[in-house]
Design a protein around this ligand. Structure first.
Ligand code: SF4
Ligand code: SF4
Length: 444
């Protein structure tokens, strides 16, 4: 079922209020440079140093970044977004530090304001530049370090800070906590679905996301129906259901760790063998690899995106679907974190093939798919609106080039960005969710 655009516009209005809700940061202006340097000092290890040394200034990464492609502005060259990190490395840690201290100026407070715009407003940590770099320079990983440094200096943009502060202080995201989860669960139970909540033991712990509770109700319903249809021993937990992690997006590690530990604790307590991530692109890395990093040891369970889980069931012959779209031409947008970073490409395509649709690929697809433009928290950063719009325009052109009648994805952030673009431009192509389509196609 299509999203009610009036509800979506109401959600957008709420997002626009976020900057006014952010609390002031604690870091005084005079301490910001030192706070940034403290994180650089801690985070520049041999791996980061080798990436910084490996750059040969070829500029190929520029053409890989949707923000550069759409603007032609050299400040959006990916490697340039790391300039303060590189300058710190050269002056403080590199083999010629003594020389660079003589010829290159130190980081100043005005630099931080400029790079705050570059690493938050115009970087979705999508990793396309890292993938394109002939030297293998992992730019996206170093943008994460830049964000951590700026977060330590109190420079998280206000909209993103407001949600990070809410999740850190109340454990909710956009006001959604256990009470709102249970209201959504009760609504599903009224419709006849069994929803196992807070089970003592379960093989699978299923997470959800605020956006599914507030906006994309069908995604949650489809997930419940799929789990029950497959006869999975699963549960959802009232204190560990939120997949979104605004600590990770903002770079504020304390909130990131608390949010991921809450899930890890519950998954271990109930003996889960698998944790399923909803259609929330950034919730996937937050648990799949960042979760283990924060936890300090390998996780004793597997982490799977819902699209990955369904795809494997289809590929293993355990789930057959009713064909829903003979002659219906669709294209699939790979969410960056699940696709390029996580390697989940075949599974969603296997699902689409099982749905009987005519699947056509975007001109840039799989590893080279362009980002939606709203990932890594850009959707809640008001000053990033222009860049999100530019990214959407690029995607729109690519979708139109395929002749697809609809654009399907498996990430709420992508969906939000595309819906905002659709609404702004009055585009006529529906934005569809993979899990929702599967919900419609389950055998009776
Ligand atoms: S593509 Fe790689 S080597 Fe070339 S400028 Fe970018 S980071 Fe440097
Ligand atoms: S990670 Fe993505 S958004 Fe960020 S600089 Fe690289 S290509 Fe651009």
């Amino acid at each position: 079922m299509a999203v009610d655009m009036n509800v979506f516009r109401g959600f957008l209005q709420q997002v626009r209020q976020l900057p006014a809700m952010a609390q002031p940061t604690e870091c005084p202006d005079t301490e910001r440079v030192a706070a940034v340097k403290a994180v650089f000092k801690e985070r520049i290890d041999a791996g980061v140093a080798s990436h910084l040394e490996a750059c040969v200034h070829c500029g190929i990464c520029a053409e890989a970044c949707h923000f550069f492609v759409q603007t032609g502005d050299p400040q959006f060259t990916p490697i340039h977004k790391l300039e303060p990190l590189r300058r710190f490395y050269r002056r403080e840690k590199g083999p010629f530090a003594w020389l660079y201290r003589l010829i290159e100026r130190d980081i100043e407070e005005t630099d931080l304001e400029q790079w705050q715009r570059l690493v938050y407003d115009s970087c979705t940590e999508c990793g396309r530049c890292s993938f394109a770099c002939p030297q293998g320079v992992d730019i996206a990983h170093m943008v994460v370090i830049m964000r951590r440094a700026l977060a330590n200096a109190g420079l998280i943009p206000a909209g993103l800070r407001a949600v990070e502060q809410e999740q850190g202080s109340q454990g909710t995201v956009f006001g959604v906590g256990p009470k709102q989860l249970m209201a959504a669960v009760e609504a599903l139970r009224v419709r006849g679905y069994e929803v196992p909540v807070d089970k003592d033991k379960a093989d699978v712990l299923v997470l959800t996301a605020t956006t599914d509770i507030l906006l994309f109700h069908d995604a949650m319903e489809s997930t419940v129906r799929i789990m029950n249809h497959l006869g999975v021993d699963w549960t959802i937990h009232t204190c560990a259901f939120e997949g979104a992690n605004f600590g990770m997006l903002s770079g504020y590690e304390k909130v990131q760790k608390a949010a991921s530990e809450r899930i890890i604790r519950e998954a271990i307590r109930c003996g889960a063998k698998v944790v399923i991530i909803p259609e929330c692109g950034h919730a996937y890395p937050a648990m799949r690899w960042e979760g283990a990093n924060e936890h300090g040891e390998p996780l004793p369970f597997e982490v799977m995106a819902i699209s990955e889980f369904i795809g494997r069931q289809v590929m293993d012959g355990k789930l057959s679907l009713k064909p829903i779209g003979k002659g219906r031409r669709v294209t699939y947008h790979d969410p960056c974190k699940v696709g390029r970073h996580g390697g989940v490409f075949d599974e969603p395509r296997a699902v689409l093939d099982a749905l009987g649709v005519e699947r056509v690929e975007l001109p840039d697809n799989r590893e080279m798919n362009y980002c939606c433009g709203g990932g890594a928290g850009l959707f809640v950063i008001d000053t990033a609106e222009r860049y999100r719009a530019l990214a959407f325009d690029l995607k729109r052109k690519q979708v139109e080039a395929t002749g697809a009648q609809s654009l399907i994805t498996a990430c709420d952030s992508c969906r939000l960005s595309f819906l905002a673009g659709t609404d702004r431009t009055q585009w006529d192509r529906p934005i569809e969710s993979l899990v929702e389509l599967v919900g419609q196609a389950l055998p009776d």
